[in-house]
Every structure is written in structure tokens, then in C-alpha cells.
Write a protein that binds this ligand. Structure first.
Ligand SMILES: NC(=O)c1ccc[n+]([C@@H]2O[C@H](COP(=O)([O-])OP(=O)(O)OC[C@H]3O[C@@H](n4cnc5c(N)ncnc54)[C@H](O)[C@@H]3O)[C@@H](O)[C@H]2O)c1
Length: 348
């Protein structure tokens, strides 16, 4: 088991990579006055319920449609019913949806309870649970309401990935490809070499890929927790990806796969990235069966991007590549983006 530390403003978070679910108790408060409450969903209960039932369990619904204020309100009501107070420790056990909602509920209940996560999807192990962003969607727009609050720990057990649905499993690789593309050419190359073993869910390979990705994200977040500068590079593929997720309902990782292809094509068009490097990115996404479809409703996407919370007035920060393993951020206006995306197909 290997650990990575993330320095948050209020809490230092420990990411435990390769740790077993059975050892969860080691990371819970030793003080007997602390009461533990688990928040999870029905799929996790189906596979891991026998272990989790040793604590009171709050169940949430599954799917992005349930990641909303109403679900958080239900978690808060259940905490009241269980007589949770400042001596309650909340553990979210699940993918990004459970963890985003658990972190949000725990950080606002009685102005903040201590909490930790067991991340159970590949996407949440490499991305969703690292970085302290918690929150829910509002009126169909992604993560419009939330907090910055680090979990005390994130337990990542590669064995738990074996019960994950194939489509969900593959979607998780998008964020690993992103980590390599923006800041680690060696990780990118490792992915090119190890795709077949990773897709067979080889625990050793998965642990290494999760570790390398978390190392990158943790480093960036420790230096820029509130996304004032460097953290923006983590949004590579997300400007278009979030809009696609909103418009089509595809999985987060799938949408990021296409979003990265678009961002790479823009990088080529702007003269930053050689075409051959953009093709490597596309080939790697395809190797993990991520969509790289470029038959897109570009005007619709641009309209959706205009409503993104990350816009700044009439402009936005676009994350581009100038080589595999290095991202650059450029502030551009929507008018410029419209021009750049016109007839972009030539650059895919
Ligand atoms: N907070 C962040 O920084 C951050 C970053 C990236 C993504 N996210 C958010 O994460 C969400 C997506 O998360 P996700 O991809 O983990 O999906 P998810 O949370 O919806 O989980 C996917 C599905 O797999 C099931 N599942 C989870 N783990 C399982 C396991 N081990 N075995 C069997 N079934 C299992 C779940 O019940 C669910 O049905 C999005 O809402 C996205 O916005 C947040």
C-alpha cells in the first residue's frame, strides 16, 4: 500500500492506494465517542453490504440524475434521524457521485463534520475523490453548488474495481490519459504499453496507474487548492466534455474522451501541437474504447459552454497541449472560440 498526501487549507488528506476495504477501520477515529455513519448506494450494498452493515448506512440513489440538492437534503435528514452531531465521522463509499454528495453533506451539516471516502470506481480513485471538490448539479448544470473541503482519507482498493460494470470501468481511463497528457509523458507511454493488462483489471497495473495519476493531481491541488492558476490544467478536455455530458447524458469519462480530442485538435489548429501527437492521444483513447467521435453539434456545444460556471464574463480559460506531457492555458473570448471551432474537423 502506498500513500500520497494532499495539503488542504484546513485538512491534510491521505490517499491510500492499494489499501484493502477490510482495513477501513484503521483510518477511522480511535476515540470511542466518535460515531461512524456510512453513505453509499444500492450497487455497493449488493457487493459489500455484509461488511458495511457494521455501521448505520444511509443509501443514496444511483446515476447523475440523483446528484442534486434533493439527494443531499435526504442525506442531511438521515443524519438528523441518526442523531449525528460533531462527534460523527461520515464515510462515503462509492464512485464520484456518492463521494461528491457525501463530502458536500458532511461539510455543511452542523457547519462541518469529519469525513473520509472509500473510492470504488476507477474514475473516483484517480480523480473525483482527490482535490476536495464536493458538490451537486443544479438545473441540469454540473457541480453548480458545492464546497472545497478535503476528506481526511481516500481508500482506493484495486480489488473493488473487479465488481465494476465494464462501461464504467473503461470510462475511468479518460482521467488517467488526461493526467499523462497534461503533465507526464512517461505515464502516457506506460498507458500505451499496458492497455491490454489494464483492461484485464490486473490489480498491480491498476495500482500503478492510479498511483501515478493521483501523484500528479495531488501535486497540482496542493499548490493551487482553489483553482487560481495551475489547477486549471486539470480541466483539459473538460470545457467541451462537461457540455457534452450535459447535452447527451454520456458518462463523465466518455465525454472527457471526446473533450480531449477536441482540445487536441484546437491545439493543432493554434499551431501549438504537432498533428502526430494529437493522433497519439486519439489512438490511446480508442485503445481504451473511449469515444473519439467528432460528428458534433458544435453550435449547441458552444451555447452550453457559455453557461459553464468556469466562464469569466465573455471569455474562458482553454487548456491546450504543446506536447504530450505538457499543458498550456490560454484565455480566449467566446468569439475567438467560435472562429477556432468553425470547420475544426480538418484538424482531428
Ligand atoms: N469532485 C471531483 O473532483 C470530481 C472529479 C471528477 C468527476 N467527478 C464526478 O464524479 C461523478 C462520476 O463518478 P463515477 O464515474 O465514479 O460514477 P458513479 O459514482 O455514478 O458510479 C458509477 C456506477 O458504478 C456503481 N459502482 C461504483 N463502484 C462500484 C463497484 N466497485 N462495484 C460495482 N458497482 C460500483 C455505482 O453504483 C454507479 O452505478 C460525476 O458526477 C462527476 O462530476 C467529481
Amino acid at each position: 500500500m502506498r500513500q500520497i498526501h494532499v495539503n488542504g487549507a484546513s485538512v491534510q488528506s491521505r490517499i491510500l492506494i492499494g489499501e484493502k476495504l477490510e482495513n477501513l477501520v484503521r483510518y477511522l477515529p480511535e476515540d470511542r465517542q466518535f460515531k461512524v455513519v456510512v453513505v453509499t448506494d444500492s450497487h455497493l450494498m449488493q457487493h459489500y453490504g455484509d461488511f458495511l452493515r457494521q455501521w448505520p448506512v444511509i443509501l443514496t440513489g444511483t446515476g447523475e440524475k440523483n446528484k442534486n440538492i434533493e439527494s443531499v437534503s435526504q442525506i442531511l435528514s438521515e443524519l438528523v434521524r441518526l442523531e449525528a452531531d460533531r462527534t460523527t465521522f461520515v464515510v462515503g463509499v462509492g464512485g464520484g457521485i456518492v463521494c461528491d454528495m457525501t463530502g458536500f453533506a458532511a461539510s455543511i451539516y452542523m457547519r462541518g463534520l469529519r469525513f473520509g471516502f472509500v473510492s470504488t470506481t476507477l474514475l473516483s480513485q484517480v480523480d473525483a475523490s482527490v482535490g476536495g471538490k464536493n458538490g451537486v448539479n443544479l438545473m441540469g448544470f454540473k457541480n453548480m453548488v458545492g464546497t472545497f473541503q478535503q476528506p481526511e482519507f481516500v481508500l482506493c482498493d484495486p480489488e473493488m474495481l473487479k465488481t465494476l460494470d465494464e462501461k464504467e470501468f473503461r470510462a475511468g481511463f479518460a482521467e488517467i490519459i488526461k493526467a499523462g497528457a497534461i503533465s507526464d509523458a512517461d505515464l502516457f507511454h506506460l498507458l500505451e504499453l499496458s492497455a491490454p493488462r489494464a483492461l484485464e483489471r490486473d490489480s498491480q497495473v491498476l495500482e500503478e496507474l492510479v498511483y501515478r495519476s493521483v501523484e500528479i493531481k495531488a501535486g497540482v491541488v496542493s499548490r493551487d487548492e482553489k483553482e487560481q492558476g495551475e489547477r486549471r490544467i486539470l480541466n483539459f478536455g473538460h470545457t467541451f466534455g462537461h457540455a457534452l455530458e450535459h447535452m447527451t447524458g454520456m458518462l463523465h469519462g466518455e465525454a472527457i474522451g471526446i473533450g480531449m480530442t477536441i482540445a487536441a485538435a484546437l491545439s493543432v489548429r493554434m499551431g501549438l501541437l504537432p498533428h502526430t501527437e494529437a493522433n497519439r492521444l486519439k489512438a490511446l483513447s480508442s485503445a481504451f474504447n473511449l469515444p473519439v467521435d467528432t460528428a458534433l453539434d458544435m453550435p449547441g456545444l458552444l451555447l452550453s459552454i457559455r453557461k459553464d460556471k468556469k466562464r469569466e464574463g465573455d471569455a474562458l480559460h482553454l487548456v491546450l497541449l504543446n506536447q504530450i506531457g505538457h499543458a498550456v492555458v490560454q484565455k480566449i473570448t467566446f468569439a475567438e472560440l467560435e472562429q477556432l471551432t468553425h470547420d475544426l474537423r480538418k484538424y482531428f
